[in-house]
Design a protein around this ligand. Structure first.
Ligand SMILES: C[S@@+](CC[C@H](N)C(=O)[O-])C[C@H]1O[C@@H](n2cnc3c(N)ncnc32)[C@H](O)[C@@H]1O
Length: 201
């Protein structure tokens, strides 16, 4: 779901972009960067991280977001070239071909996607076998999820077990996992690898 004007004021700040870059730079440590050519960022917002990945590592990056206004700002601020493109895309209905990317990054996006299991499926579909997913977001306690799920239709609400099951079912294996506390929420940083090309059951 697109963010409100108030949420954008908070999310589109330079400090948030700088923090995202630092976080993902750290998560890239341990991956073989030479093998990462094609990158998709889902929910890129105003594109700060996508632009960094393209300029710092020479990766071919698609920065994508559901919200045309965010994508327009990204294009105006960072411009586009052969290695950096911005596109309006719904993470739950990506228009890219199967196996198009070596790396997908999703930072603070899933709690905005009501149909988040579909987004996991789509990310698995567009990733190449042995490609990686850097996934960073909060997960919700069981009790909150149970209480609010019937009413919350426009945000993603999921427990750790639910999101992990979806990763597993779509062929992901964990390479790095860290749980960080931000106020009342548990933030999870995952580096996952696609180890299986068919849905497991
Ligand atoms: C909290 S912001 C995070 C932006 C950026 N990743 C960051 O960390 O600064 C969430 C972003 O996800 C986007 N978004 C929400 N639903 C989406 C969807 N279904 N597909 C793609 N992007 C989506 C929003 O438009 C917004 O830009």
């Amino acid at each position: 779901m697109a963010m409100t004007r108030f949420e954008k004021l908070f999310v589109n700040r330079q400090e948030k972009g700088d923090r995202n870059i630092e976080t993902v730079r750290n998560r890239l440590i341990g991956l073989n960067i030479q093998n990462i050519h094609d990158v998709l960022e889902v929910g890129c917002g105003i594109g700060t991280l996508s632009a960094f990945l393209s300029s710092e590592y020479g990766m071919n990056v698609y920065g994508t977001d559901f919200d045309p206004e965010q994508i327009q700002i990204a294009g105006e601020v960072y411009g586009e070239d052969d290695h950096l493109r911005f596109r309006v895309e719904d993470a739950a209905k990506l228009t890219f071909e199967d196996a198009s990317f070596d790396l997908v990054v999703s930072q603070d996006v899933f709690h905005h996607i009501a149909v988040w299991p579909q987004a996991v499926r789509e990310i698995a579909r567009v990733l190449r076998l042995e490609g990686h997913l850097i996934w960073i977001d909060m997960v919700f306690p069981n009790v909150i999820t149970k209480l609010f799920k019937p009413f919350v239709k426009t945000y993603g609400l999921y427990t750790f077990d639910e999101i992990w099951f979806e990763f597993w079912e779509n062929g992901f294996d964990e390479r790095v996992h860290e749980r960080l506390i931000h106020g009342p929420f548990a933030y999870h940083h995952f580096v996952l690898q696609k180890v299986c090309s068919t849905v497991q059951s």
